[in-house]
Ligand binder design. Structure first.
Ligand code: BEZ
Ligand code: FE
Length: 301
C-alpha cells in the first residue's frame, strides 16, 4: 500500500504510466503530468479553484462546433500556438520565413486567380498591391510555387463572418511565374478582435487584455520538395502591432505599404514588396497550427 502525499503522488502517477508502449506518448504524458503537478503545487491549487478550472474547460468544449474551435483559440491566447510554430521553424534545418498562425478563417479551395488580379470581389477599400518572390533557402526563385492568401476586408471581417460559406471573398490562390515571382491586388485589411463571445473571450477580458489582432494578410505557400509555409504579413501602423492577442507578430513579418515603390507592378498604388523563403522538406511536418474549422471533424487525408 502506497502512502501518498503531495510529492509522492507524482511519482506514483508516472510509475503507473511507465508501461506505455508508444515512446512518444509516454514522453509527452510523463512531462505533462510532472508539469501539471508542479503547477498545482506552485499555486497551491484549492478544490474550488480546481472545480472552476474544470468548469472553464467544460465550457471551452461546449463552445466548439463544426465551425468553431474554442480549444485552438485557448491555445492561441495562451501563446502555445506561437510557441509550437517557433519550434517548428527551429526544426526546419534551413532559414525560411517565420511561421505565423493559420487562424480559424483559412479555407481550402479558395478561388484561383491569375497573377495581378484582385482578391477583393465583394469588398471595397484602399487598394494595394503585393509583390515579390518565393525563394528557396539559397535565394533561388521557386518556379510556380502556389501562394494562397486570405484576409479581412476594410471593416475587419472575414467573408465567413459576412456571407454564406459558398460566397468567398478576400481570399485567393495564385501560382508564381517560372521565376518564382508573384503579384496581386487587394484592399487594406483592418485589424479585428478574436471571437470574444465564448469562455476564452471571458478569460481575455478577465485579464484586461484588449483582444485585438493587428491588421494582417495570411499566406500559405507551397511547392514540391519544400516545406509548406504558413505565415502572415502585419501592417506596421496598426495600433495593436506590439500587442497581438495571439502573439503572431514578429519583426520580420511587419510591412509598411508605400507609394512609388521601386519595382512595383503598380507604383500608383500603395505597394508591399515581400520575398518569402521556403526551407526544404526536413521533418515533413505541417506548419498548420490552427485549422479550417469546417475541416476539424473530418478524418485526416
Ligand atoms: C486569425 O488570424 O485569423 C486568428 C488567429 C488566431 C485566433 C483568431 C484569429
Ligand atoms: Fe487573421
Amino acid at each position: 500500500m502506497q502512502d501518498l502525499d503531495q510529492y509522492t503522488v507524482t511519482d506514483a502517477t508516472l510509475a503507473q504510466m511507465a508501461q506505455t508502449p508508444n515512446p512518444r506518448l509516454r514522453e509527452i504524458m510523463d512531462a505533462a503530468v510532472r508539469h501539471l503537478h508542479a503547477f498545482a503545487r506552485e499555486v497551491s491549487l484549492t478544490p474550488a479553484e480546481w472545480l472552476a478550472g474544470m468548469k472553464f474547460l467544460t465550457a471551452v468544449g461546449h463552445a466548439c462546433t463544426p465551425f468553431r474551435q474554442e480549444f485552438i483559440l485557448l491555445s492561441d491566447v495562451l501563446g502555445l500556438s506561437s510557441l509550437v510554430n517557433a519550434m517548428h521553424d527551429a526544426r526546419a534545418g534551413e532559414d525560411g520565413t517565420q511561421t505565423s498562425l493559420l487562424g480559424p478563417f483559412y479555407r481550402e479551395a479558395a478561388p484561383s486567380h491569375a497573377l495581378g488580379e484582385s482578391i477583393a470581389g465583394l469588398s471595397s477599400g484602399e487598394e494595394m498591391v503585393l509583390f515579390g518572390n518565393v525563394l528557396d533557402a539559397a535565394g533561388r526563385g521557386v518556379p510556380h510555387a502556389s501562394v494562397q492568401v486570405w484576409q479581412t476586408n476594410a471593416e475587419g471581417l472575414y467573408d465567413l463572418q459576412l456571407h454564406e460559406p459558398e460566397q468567398m471573398d478576400m481570399r485567393g490562390c495564385f501560382a508564381c511565374d517560372g521565376s518564382g515571382a508573384y503579384h496581386f491586388r487587394t484592399i487594406r485589411p483592418r485589424g479585428y478582435m478574436i471571437p470574444m463571445d465564448g469562455p476564452v473571450g471571458g478569460l481575455v477580458q478577465a485579464q484586461r487584455r484588449h483582444g485585438y489582432r493587428p491588421a494582417h494578410i495570411h499566406f500559405l505557400i507551397g511547392a514540391p520538395g519544400h516545406r509548406e509555409l504558413v505565415t502572415a504579413l502585419y501592417l506596421a501602423d496598426d495600433a495593436h502591432i506590439d500587442s497581438d492577442t495571439v502573439f503572431g507578430v514578429s519583426q520580420a513579418l511587419v510591412v509598411r505599404p508605400s507609394l512609388d515603390l521601386a519595382g512595383s507592378p503598380r507604383p500608383d498604388l500603395a505597394s508591399i514588396r515581400y520575398d518569402f523563403r521556403l526551407s526544404r522538406t526536413a521533418d515533413g511536418g505541417s506548419g498548420r497550427v490552427g485549422a479550417d474549422p469546417s475541416k476539424i471533424l473530418e478524418p485526416a487525408p
